[in-house]
Design a binder for this molecule. Structure first.
Ligand code: DGJ
Length: 748
């Protein structure tokens, strides 16, 4: 395993436990991609690509007589610019004459233990010293542009990370107009594209379709990874299922505007190019300067979509999240947002906290509205000073009262934004992104701060740092409630305006790095109007991210299902909220709401004072249940047991550790004269014995039969193989959105 270089054939082979990645420096010095897929040996695969003369595919100049060696046909490791490959390109670079051109030739390489880091950008870390780094240096002789291709090989995890550094070693300035992070050529095979689209409050809906002979784009120009197109795509073979088939995952570690293009070319080769979005992007590279394109996490699995997801879950938690909380049990929280919105005082919050503490909740989170002049969402952003009309004496008396209840205290902030009606904006109108001479587009009546300016990042470091240092705050919810338009920085010269969008992200990352390093004991949760920035870049700083502003449990099933393809349960912020639900008006049984929220970080977001005694008893029991099942939910391997396209009646999922398993089911579409629900479990050991020791059916209209069936089933012992292959039939369920949890313990 690891990285091998065969000096005779100049072939690089990256071996992981179950995959092989291979490339070769050809006779002319260009780097060809040879293979990525199931593990094979080290042999040179150059023979897979014999010379073939294709009309209208130009040859390299030295091959003009022999013909048939075309950059437009051969699989590439990273493309040049304007030199004969008409497929998707990775790079557009212009020299001082305005000529766009680059053709890279191998210079040298280095193989080193450990994982490279990227200056100013989040990326995978390797604290267990299990990774190796390959760095290949290529050079364009005309411009002097050096291309450094970086590969981090996490052999045991079947993950290969990639990133790119471009360095101007020439004597004249260069302008990058596109600088992607990765080109992945799959020369053979036909693929489905799986991606995760949506909108505010309806994020990460999984969509799967065969790739056409065209370019398909998944992208965001919003200055955020977005609710609309998550920066994660999967290519899988047409027959791939949850537990079968070849799949490739491509996940940029980036939270700003991104773009992934997938092209099926004239010969059936599939090319994926991913990285920063190039719209309005332009980066001036003076001689001696470097530019680093964000990292991308590649994973390949022959074990189907489920196996690919579990690889990402483990990797993100272990090698992307840096927070000390990534494996810790997070407190069950109550958030006041849907309980009070902007209308509260210290007493209101304490009343919620008292009730919550009596039911077992462990942390009180104060959401939007505690600062500046903030009685609605039209003003106050930027003024991160306590509003003493609402909270007399500041945060301290409130926190003391919350702590006296035995609860932790958490706080909401939205640091990257400013309201026109705020002291910060009045003092520094030039700190907002606005175009000269134009009225800016307003999102939620707020503007975006110019995070590309170091003084803005310094100001926020100081203000938020003081807030955290002076108060006993144990959790921060970091929100971002509009997308970025009018991108123009008053601090950058005209020739660098195309850098503003990416420099914004670098500023955000610098701020997050400073605060999370200085306050390692604070649990940070990311948020962007729900899940508008749910990506691997943010997970480097935030171990959890609020999934969606849609708290309707039935909608959340779809959102969490889509999210689970790339991201672990431990990252999904999820709360039980009030019914009728504030977003959809739907009523779902309280227990079902909890079953769904438990498959995330778990908390509450409603006025507990309005619950009946019976409902309060349910909440207490839910928290006990969550704590009892905590290990299997949060640390277990995650299996999707249903596919909304194939099983529209219910959603089911399962988590498995070496000692236990939990199956959760929500019946979304009850039917008359209902057929029993039956399915096979996953992830169990064939030869082990499992005792079904808990079976709970929850819902407003649970039939007497289901209660009897549940009681009768408890205590039964099954072999792993019986549960895997013969499966289980569930007790009958009717009513609006009943649910079920079934717990198995592996017998010693
Ligand atoms: C959007 C978030 O997603 C909500 O949970 C809440 O914090 C509001 N912003 C507050 O303005």
């Amino acid at each position: 395993m690891g990285i091998q270089f065969d000096a005779n054939t100049r072939t690089f082979t990256l071996q992981t436990a179950r995959t092989t990645y291979q490339m070769r420096v050809d006779e002319r010095g260009r780097l060809l991609h040879l293979y990525y897929g199931r593990r094979i040996g080290q042999g040179d695969l150059g023979a897979l690509y014999p010379p073939a003369d294709h009309g209208f595919s130009p040859d390299y100049y030295p091959c003009r007589l022999r013909r048939g060696v075309s950059p437009d046909v051969l699989p590439q490791e990273y493309t040049g610019c304007n030199v004969g490959d008409f497929r998707l390109s990775c790079l557009v670079v212009r020299d001082a004459d305005g000529a766009a051109g680059a053709d890279f030739f191998y210079q040298s390489h280095e193989i080193a233990p450990g994982k490279y880091t990227l200056e100013g950008l989040p990326c995978a870390h390797d604290e267990d010293s299990e990774a190796e780094t390959l760095s290949i240096r290529m050079r364009d002789p005309v411009t002097g542009l050096t291309l450094e291709l970086l590969y981090g090989v996490f052999a045991h995890q079947d993950v290969v990370t990639r990133a790119v550094r471009l360095h101007n070693d020439g004597s004249a300035p260069l302008r990058l107009e596109k600088a992607a992070s990765l080109c992945l050529d799959l020369p053979f095979g036909e693929w489905d594209l799986v991606h995760f689209h949506g909108r505010h409050a309806m994020e990460r809906r999984m969509e799967r379709a065969p790739l056409p002979h065209a370019v398909t784009t998944v992208s965001s120009t919003r200055g955020a990874s977005s609710h609309h197109h998550n920066p994660f795509v999967i290519l899988c073979d047409h027959e791939a299922t949850e537990d079968h088939g070849l799949c490739y995952g491509v996940m940029p570690v980036y939270s700003g505007s991104h773009r992934t293009d997938v092209e099926v070319d004239q010969n059936g080769l599939t090319r994926v190019v991913t990285g920063l979005h190039d719209e309005r992007f332009s980066w001036l590279l003076e001689p001696g300067e470097s530019f680093t394109a964000p990292e991308v996490l590649l994973c390949c699995s022959a074990g189907g979509l489920g196996d690919l997801s579990r690889h990402y879950h483990t990797f993100l938690r272990r090698n992307i999240c840096r927070s000390p909380f990534r494996y810790a049990r997070r407190p069950v929280l109550i958030n006041n947002w849907e309980a009070t919105y902007f209308t509260f005082t210290t007493d209101t919050i304490c009343r919620i906290a008292e009730k919550a503490a009596s039911l077992g909740v462990e942390m009180m989170v104060l959401d939007d509205g505690w600062f500046g002049k903030r009685d609605d969402d039209n003003s106050g952003l930027g003024d991160w000073f306590v509003n003493e009309k609402k909270l007399p004496g500041g945060l301290r008396p409130l926190i003391e009262r919350v702590n006296a209840l035995g609860m932790k205290f958490g706080l909401w902030v939205e640091p990257e934004m400013v309201s026109e009606d705020s002291d910060l904006y009045r003092a520094h109108p030039d700190w907002a992104l606005t175009l000269p001479g134009r009225d800016p587009a307003m999102g939620r009546n707020q503007l975006v701060l110019d995070m590309s300016r170091p003084e803005v990042v310094d100001y926020l470091t100081d203000r938020l740092g003081t807030l955290l240092a002076e108060n006993h705050i144990e959790y921060i919810k970091w929100d971002m409630n509009r997308n970025m338009s009018d991108v123009y920085s008053r601090a950058l010269p005209p020739e660098r305006q195309g850098e503003a969008g990416h420099r914004y992200m670098l500023g955000v990352y610098r701020l997050l790095d400073r605060l999370t390093s200085r306050f390692p004991d604070v649990l940070f949760e990311g948020c962007a109007g729900g899940g508008g920035r749910f990506d691997a870049g943010m997970l480097c700083y935030f171990p959890q991210i609020w999934c969606s502003d849609n708290t309707d449990a039935i909608e959340r099933l779809v959102i969490q299902h889509g999210t689970s393809f790339g991201y672990p349960v431990s990252a999904m912020g999820a709360h039980v909220s009030a019914c009728p639900n504030h977003q959809t008006g739907r009523t779902v049984p309280l227990w079902t709401r909890a079953v769904v929220a438990m498959s995330g970080t778990f908390g509450y977001e409603l006025d507990l004072g309005r619950l009946t005694q019976e409902e309060c008893d349910q909440v207490r029991a839910q928290i006990e249940t969550f704590k009892r099942y905590y290990d299997v939910i949060q640390n277990g391997a995650y299996y999707r047991l249903s596919d909304p396209a194939r099983q529209p009646r219910y959603v089911a999922w399962q988590t498995v550790t070496g000692t236990e398993s939990l199956v959760s089911v929500v019946l979304t579409h009850p039917e008359g004269n209902a057929r029993p629900l039956h399915f096979c479990l996953q992830g169990l050991e064939e030869d082990a014995l499992y005792q079904l020791d808990e079976l709970h059916v929850y819902g407003i209209a649970v039939t007497p039969e289901s209660g009897h069936a549940a009681a009768d089933a408890c205590g039964a012992v099954y072999s792993g193989s019986a549960l895997l292959y013969a499966g289980l039939t569930l007790p009958p369920m009717i009513g609006d959105a009943p649910s079920l949890q079934l717990h198995l313990t592996r017998l010693p």
